[in-house]
Design a protein around this ligand. Structure first.
Ligand SMILES: C[S@@+](CC[C@H](N)C(=O)[O-])C[C@H]1O[C@@H](n2cnc3c(N)ncnc32)[C@H](O)[C@@H]1O
Length: 240
């Protein structure tokens, strides 16, 4: 993809008088301090699997270079501690899996799992996935998109921060190859309804609620939802 000028990524945008721009993001900046085990994972493995944030500012940024090959691309947004990422990627060696996670301790935990699973086909990126989908990926470049248990932003005044919005649905649909699928899961009924409403309204997507994707590993967020008595909803949409 031709990117002559790299637009500023989130947290780097300034107003004309030099103040930090207020941005509506789908995540909050949580603590980034590592436990000793996370620090160990980071030191041992980050070079192999992590794309440093600053790399995306380079005009010649190339995913192909970071993966060391060209292969069909799966994107995961909000990979957490990698409970789904590592086994799903290890089972798909012919694909490259680009996992976005802004929470660094989660990325560090993921590194152990990738090492254990031998998932060489993963790269982790800590830059906002919405910005990255827009600026680092081209139209039709994504074979599959996974958003499992995106942050629910429960309060009404925070709903604008939910990842699955009409604008993001349009962007995601444009990045999917025709025929490619977007798999989603949530344990919050009102977010499931919002997903259904938003994705049904996106003309470039068709699909709806599906049976639980059998291959999807149970993550902490699914476990917590089930323990609290919430129903898990899986959705799957195809790019028309
Ligand atoms: C509720 S957790 C779910 C994690 C994982 N999918 C699971 O099921 O365990 C959502 C994660 O998405 C990450 N996230 C939210 N918005 C993001 C964005 N725009 N770019 C990258 N990561 C994001 C958060 O940091 C958080 O770790």
């Amino acid at each position: 993809m031709d990117r002559p000028v790299t637009p500023a990524r989130p947290h780097h945008k300034l107003t004309e008088d030099g103040r930090r721009m207020r941005e509506v993001l789908s995540y909050s900046r949580r603590g980034s301090r590592f436990t000793p085990r996370q620090a160990e994972a980071w030191a041992a493995h980050q070079e192999r699997w992590v794309i440093p944030d600053e790399a995306v500012d380079q005009p010649d940024f190339s995913l192909e270079q970071w993966f060391g090959r060209r292969a069909p691309l799966i994107v995961e947004i909000g990979s957490g501690v990698g409970e789904a990422t590592a086994p799903l990627a290890a089972a798909r060696p012919a694909y490259d899996v680009l996992a976005f996670e802004v929470w660094r301790p989660g990325v560090a935990d993921t590194l152990w799992k990738l090492a254990e699973a031998g998932a060489e086909n993963v790269r982790l990126c800590g830059v906002d996935a919405v910005w990255s989908m827009e600026h680092l990926l081209g139209e039709g470049e994504v074979e599959e998109l996974w958003t499992f248990f995106p942050d629910p932003w429960r309060k009404a005044r925070h709903h604008k921060r939910r990842l699955v919005s009409p604008a993001f649905a349009r962007l995601a649909a444009s990045r999917l190859r025709p025929g490619a699928v977007w798999r989603l899961a949530t344990d919050w009924a009102d977010y499931a309804e919002q997903m259904l409403e938003v994705l049904d309204a996106e003309p470039a997507l068709e699909g709806g609620v599906v049976e639980r994707w059998a291959e999807r590993p149970v993550t902490r967020f699914e476990r917590k939802g089930v323990e609290a008595g919430r129903t898990i909803t899986d959705l799957c949409y195809r790019r028309t």
